[in-house]
Design a protein around this ligand. Structure first.
Ligand code: SF4
Length: 369
C-alpha cells in the first residue's frame, strides 16, 4: 500500500538552531603516545612478493600500472594490523584495494553490525561511514574504534535528529519507531528498533503493530510499504547516491541490450525499482549475482560494489553507471595506514546514549538470529 504519511523538518516547530549532524570534523591534533613511525612506501621486490597473492584477487579491476603505488600501503597496513591487534571492517562500497586486499570482514551494514559483536581484537578500524563506526563502538564499548576520516558522513544520517524523533512520537503517540541503521547514535537511542535494507520488512512486521514510523529513508519506506499491510509513516530523507538514478536510465540500458539483467537497491526511487529485475540490499544483490551468474549486468547502486563483484566474478560483464558516494570515498589506503600508525580518529559515543542505542541495534540483531 502507499505510505500513510511523510514528514520532514518543516512539519515541526523549528529548533533554533537545528543541531549539526554529529560526525567528526576531521581535526587531527596532537600526537598519540603510542604513535608508530611511517614505514617505507617504496615499491620493491619484497613488496611485490608479499602482495602478489592479493593482486591476484583484484587484477581484473586494478591495472598493473597502478598496483606498485597501492601495494606498499597494502603490505604496511596488513603488517600493522597484527602489531596493533586490529581488524578492518569494510563496507561493500569501499574500493577493491581496501575491500579485497586489507579488509578482514566485509559486508553490508547488517553483516558488519553482526560481525562487530564477534570481534576479538582490541581495535576496530571501520572502513565505511561515521554511523557504521558509531554502531561498532555502540556494540563494542570496551574496544578502540577508529575511522580513517571522521568526516565520512551520510545524507540519510544527516536528515534526521533525535529531536525530530521525539516530535514524531508526540504527534503519533504509541506508534512504534523503526530507524534505518543509517542514523546517528542519538537517533538510535530514541527509537524502538533499528533495521537495515536487508531486514527492513522483517523488522517492521515483527512489531505486530497496525502502523509503524519508519525513518529516515523515504524510498526504503515506500519499498517496505509496497510489501506489507502495515501502515508506514515515513521521513523525507534520501540517499544522495541512489536517488540520482531514474527509470529512464534503466529503460535506456534495456533498449541498448534487451538481454541485460538489472538489479537495484531499495534506496532508489519507485520508478527505478519498477524497472529492475531484482531489488535487494547490497548483500542480497551479491548473493543474487553469485547464484544467477548473469551474462551482462547493471547494478543500480554505489559504483565500487560493481568493481568488487567484478573482481570476484570476472566473467560477468558489468555495465557500470558510476554513482560514487563521496563519503565512502573519503576512506583511502593512505588514511587507513595513518589511522593504524597514529591511532586516529577514535570514535567516541556518550555512554548513556550508547546504552540506549545498543538496545535498538541488539533488538534488530537478535531478531535476525
Ligand atoms: S551510499 Fe548513500 S546511504 Fe550509503 S553512506 Fe553514501 S549517502 Fe549514505
Amino acid at each position: 500500500m502507499p505510505i500513510a504519511g511523510i514528514y520532514g523538518p518543516n512539519d515541526f516547530p523549528a529548533a533554533d538552531p537545528r543541531p549539526a549532524t554529529p560526525i567528526g570534523d576531521g581535526t587531527r591534533t596532537g600526537t598519540h603516545p603510542r604513535a608508530m613511525a611511517m614505514p617505507s612506501l617504496e615499491w620493491s621486490d619484497e613488496v611485490e612478493r608479499a602482495t602478489a597473492h592479493l593482486y591476484e584477487r583484484v587484477k581484473s579491476v586494478i591495472p598493473p600500472v597502478e598496483w606498485p603505488f597501492m601495494a606498499p600501503y597494502v603490505k604496511a597496513i596488513n603488517e600493522l594490523k597484527a602489531a596493533r591487534d586490529a581488524v578492518i571492517l569494510a563496507h561493500n562500497y569501499q574500493t577493491p584495494d581496501i575491500f579485497h586486499c586489507v579488509a578482514d570482514i566485509t559486508g553490508d551494514s547488517l553483516q558488519l553490525a553482526i560481525e562487530a559483536t564477534k570481534v576479538k581484537a582490541s581495535t576496530i578500524v571501520q572502513c565505511g561511514v561515521h554511523f557504521m563506526a558509531e554502531t561498532s563502538k555502540i556494540l563494542n564499548p570496551d574496544k578502540t574504534v577508529l575511522i580513517p576520516d571522521s568526516r565520512a558522513g551520510c545524507s540519510l544520517a544527516a536528515s534526521l535528529t533525535a529531536r525530530d524523533v521525539r516530535l514524531l512520537r508526540e504527534r503519533f503517540p504509541g506508534v512504534p519507531v523503526v530507524a534505518y541503521v543509517n542514523t546517528s547514535a542519538e537517533v538510535k537511542a530514541e527509537v524502538d528498533i533499528c533495521c537495515t535494507s536487508s531486514n527492513a520488512l522483517q523488522v517492521v512486521e515483527s512489531l505486530n503493530a497496525p502502523t509503524v514510523i519508519f525513518l529516515p529513508d523515504q524510498y526504503l519506506a515506500r519499498y517496505v510499504a509496497s510489501k506489507t499491510n502495515v501502515k508506514i509513516i515515513a521521513w523525507k530523507g534520501a540517499c544522495e547516491v541512489h536517488e540520482r538514478f531514474t527509470g529512464d536510465e534503466l529503460r535506456a540500458y534495456r533498449e541498448a541490450d534487451p538481454g541485460v539483467q538489472i538489479i537495484a537497491h531499495p534506496e532508489c526511487p519507485p520508478d527505478v525499482l519498477a524497472e529492475a529485475d531484482f531489488t535487494g540490499s547490497t548483500a542480497h544483490m551479491i548473493k543474487w549475482v553469485r547464484e544467477k551468474h548473469p551474462r551482462r549486468l547493471v547494478m543500480i547502486t554505489e559504483c565500487s560494489m560493481a568493481d568488487n563483484v567484478r573482481a570476484e566474478l570476472p566473467d560477468v560483464e558489468m555495465v557500470q553507471p558510476c554513482n560514487l558516494c563521496p563519503h565512502m570515498k573519503r576512506i583511502t589506503l593512505s588514511n587507513i595506514l595513518e589511522s593504524l600508525l597514529y591511532l586516529r580518529e577514535e570514535v567516541v559515543v556518550d555512554p548513556e546514549i550508547a546504552e540506549k542505542a545498543r538496545r535498538s541495534v541488539e533488538r534488530m540483531i537478535n531478531l535476525k538470529n
